[in-house]
Ligand binder design. Sequence first.
Ligand code: LLP
Length: 443
Amino acid sequence: MASSTNQYIKPATAARNSDGNLSIGGCDLVSLADKYGTPLYVLDEKTIRSICKDYKKAFEKYPKVRMMYASKALCTGAVASILANEGFGFDTVSAGEIYTVYKAGADMSKVLFNGNNKSYDELSLALELGVGRFSVDNFLELALLNQIAQANNKTADILLRITPGIECHTHEYIQTGHLDSKFGFDLTQVDEAIDLILNEYKNLKLHGLHAHIGSQIFETGIYPDEIEILAKEISRIDKKYGLTLDEINIGGGLGVKYTQDDFPPSVYEVADLIVTKLYDVIEKYNIPEPFVFLEPGRSIISTAGVTLYTLGSSKQVPHGTKYHAIDGGMADNPRPSMYQAKYYAEIANAKETANSEMVTIAGRFCESGDILIRNIVLPEINEGDILCVYNTGAYNYSMASNYNRVQKPAMVLVNDSDAEVIIKRETLDDLVAHDIIPDRLKL
Ligand code: LLP
C-alpha cells in the first residue's frame, strides 16, 4: 500500500543543508528565525499540496467524492487559497472562518457550515455569502435557518448532522460520534426533523446526512462502520418518505504522526476501505451512488507545519529533570497541556557536539503545566539554539491565545527557497488595540 504524507513526522522537504542547519522548502530555518524572529510558524506549501494529491488520487475509484478542508485546523487566507486551488471546498464552523475563505476568493458553493450552536447572525451571513450547504445540528437551528431563508426569499440547502453512535479510540475531548455527544441529532430524532422539513420548513431543502466520529483516528474500520449507518438511514428515509438523499458527509479525523510511536494509516488504505464499502452499501441497500464528502483538517495541514523557538534559560533540578525553556509554549501550542499531546523536535542549527542529553522543553508561560515536550533526547543545548518542533500545522495557530498578554507569532509559507509572511506577528499595540479605558479612570 502506498504511503501518504500524513504518515511522516517531518514536512516532505525537510533536510539538513550544507551548513548543517535544518531547512524546509529550501529555506534555512536558522535564517528564517533570524529574519522573522521566534516563535515562528513555518508552513511548507509542497507538503500541503502533496497530501491533497494523495487524497485526490486515493479516491479516483469513486468519482463522486468531494473534498472539503476542515478549516478549523488552520484558517488563514493563504491556506484557503492553496486549498481552493487544489479543488477543495471548506468545512467551516463560524462567521470568521466563512469570511476568511470568502475573502480568499473560495467558491462559496463548495463551503459547508457546521456547528452545534450557530447564531442568527452567522446563519444570515452564511446565507448571504452563498454558502453551499448547512449541516443542521439541532431543532432550534432548523427553525432559525428556515426563518432566515424565508425572510430573504431563499432556500437553504442542508444536511442533517447525526450522531452515529460510534466510539473511536482517541482522546475523549476529541471524540464526537458517540451517542452521548453534544453534536447532531440522535438517530431516534431524525424522523421528527424530516417531518418538520417536509411539512413546515418550506425554505429548507434536505440533500443528505452528515456525521463525524472524532479526530486523530488511527482505526480504519470506523469509516466503513459509519458508512453502513449512513447508508442504512438513507435507504430507510427513502422507503418511508420517498425522499432520495444523494449526499453523505463522513467528516474528517484521519490521524498524523506526531512521534515515532504513532502509526497513522495511509490515505490510500482508508480510501480503499471507504470505496469498497460504498459500492457494497449501494448494492446492499439499492440506493443511488451518493456524492461523498470528506472533511479532513489535521491530516491536510499538520505535517506541513513546524514551529521554531529560541532556547533560553535552563534549570537542572538536583537529581531530577533538566528543563530548557523556549520563548513560546502553551499560548502558541495549547495541545500538550489540553490533550497531553506529544511532539518531536530537533535543534535546527548545526551542532558541533556529539553529546546528547535527556531534557524537558518548558514553555515561557506562567503555569507549571506549560511543558511542550517531556523527556526528549537532544544534542547538548546552548542558550540561543533554535528548536524546531514538528507537526504543528494543525490546531496550533488556530487555537493560539494571547495568554500572559504575549503577541501571537508570525507564520511564513516556504516554497522553492522562498519564504513569504502569511500571518504578521502581533505587535504590542495590537494587544492593546481593543482596550478601552473609561475617561473617569484615565491617569
Ligand atoms: N469535521 C467535523 C465536523 C469536525 O468536528 C472536525 C474536527 C473535522 C471535520 C476535522 O477533523 P480532523 O480531520 O482535523 O481530525 N483541537 C483538537 C481537534 C478538534 C477536532 C474538532 N473537530 C486537537 O487539537 O486535537
